[in-house]
Write a protein that binds this ligand. Structure first.
Ligand SMILES: Nc1nc2c(c(=O)[nH]1)N[C@H]1C(S)=C(S)[C@@H](COP(=O)(O)O)O[C@H]1N2
Ligand SMILES: [Mo]
Length: 322
């Protein structure tokens, strides 16, 4: 059994696991005759894949000074060793296990309600896009936060490249599916592959950022290489990692966490300190790698950019903040 140290800023895993998931996992284990504690997959020893990342020469990307922080950057070693990436395990210490992810060749399928469906290799995509670095805050729904310099390009540019039909209203994104590389995907009580979605209006918002690097270098696998989303005004689970498919649709997709427990993890998931998670307060957040806690801000402090997206929607019965 893997024993892990709990850091001061962590919510105990028991409390962070949605109840529905706890029971689904239990059913599966009992069904297999493995009611005991042992199985909960310890990912295999890290097998480092030494694939050269051909995008390395593109870095660093020029910084866009428009996005400023109110706090110090997180220590890069802390940010890259405390990750949520359930494909490699349902705890934070997955960084070694994630090294099995093969990130080249890597293609992204763009399909659904677009003028012309296409498949594009990550390096061709990066070559085409206007690349920049941005300092953003990140707020996980588990009440921890970090601040990092992401390298990427505006999601709006991807939408322009895809040329969606006027009738499309949502963007649905999907993570790779490869249980051999990602043993967490053998945990059949999760609805793999990981799926997330935003409205096209959200995707076009200037803050929505598709990210290929961090701290001036290509993304380490544990951060979601080679391409992940970053939506700094929403809880972190919306920021889907290691994207292989981007689809345009007029039906609201159901995301991974919404399917697991929609009462706790909804479609909108905008940060709001006044709307508690059913099992813990969202009023403040722990800054990982420090002993500091700071008050959480509405839209994670990005209201000037995004509040207008949601004007009047609460009246329509939308749960904007979970
Ligand atoms: N495919 C995938 N994307 C994911 C996750 C995941 O488990 N799988 N976890 C999400 C959550 S809950 C958070 S907080 C962030 C964490 O990003 P980081 O590990 O780079 O800090 O990734 C998000 N994207
Ligand atoms: Mo998260």
């Amino acid at each position: 059994m893997l024993i892990r140290k709990q850091r001061g800023w962590e919510i105990p895993e028991m409390r962070a696991t949605p109840e529905a998931l706890f029971w689904r996992r239990r059913e599966v284990l009992v069904g297999l005759g493995l009611g005991g504690a042992m199985l909960l997959t310890r990912p295999g020893r890290a097998r480092a894949v030494a694939a050269d990342d051909p995008s390395g020469t593109l870095y660093p990307f020029p910084r866009n000074e428009r996005y400023q922080l109110d706090r110090a950057l997180t220590d890069p070693d802390v940010a890259s060793r405390y990750n949520n990436f359930y494909e490699f395990g349902s705890h934070k210490e997955i960084w070694e296990a994630a090294q099995t992810l093969v990130i080249r060749p890597w293609e992204i399928r763009i399909d659904g309600m677009v003028e012309k469906e296409m498949t594009i290799a990550i390096d061709d995509l990066l070559a085409k896009m206007p690349r920049e670095e941005r300092l953003y805050r990140h707020r996980c729904v588990e009440a921890w936060a970090m601040a990092v310099p992401w390298s990427g390009f505006p999601m709006a540019e991807l939408v322009k490249l895809a040329r969606p039909l006027g009738s499309a209203t949502y963007v649905r994104m999907e993570t790779f599916l490869d249980p051999d590389a990602a043993p967490g995907q053998r945990q059949v009580w999760y609805p793999w592959p990981y799926v997330e979605s935003v409205t096209i209006a959200e995707a076009m918002n200037e803050l929505a950022f598709l990210v290929s690097g961090v701290y001036g270098k290509p993304l380490p696998r544990q951060h979601g290489a080679p391409l992940r989303l970053v939506l700094p005004w929403k809880y972190g689970f919306k920021s889907i990692k290691s994207i292989v498919r981007i689809s345009f649709t007029d039906q609201r997709p159901v995301s991974f966490w919404e399917e697991i427990q929609g009462s706790e993890y909804g479609f909108w998931a905008n940060v709001n300190p006044e709307v508690a998670h059913p099992r813990w307060s969202q009023a403040s957040e722990a800054l990982i790698g420090t002993s500091e806690r700071v008050p959480t801000q509405l839209y994670n402090g990005y209201g000037d950019y995004v509040a207008a997206l949601y004007a009047g929607m609460e009246g329509e019965g939308e749960r904007l903040f979970m």
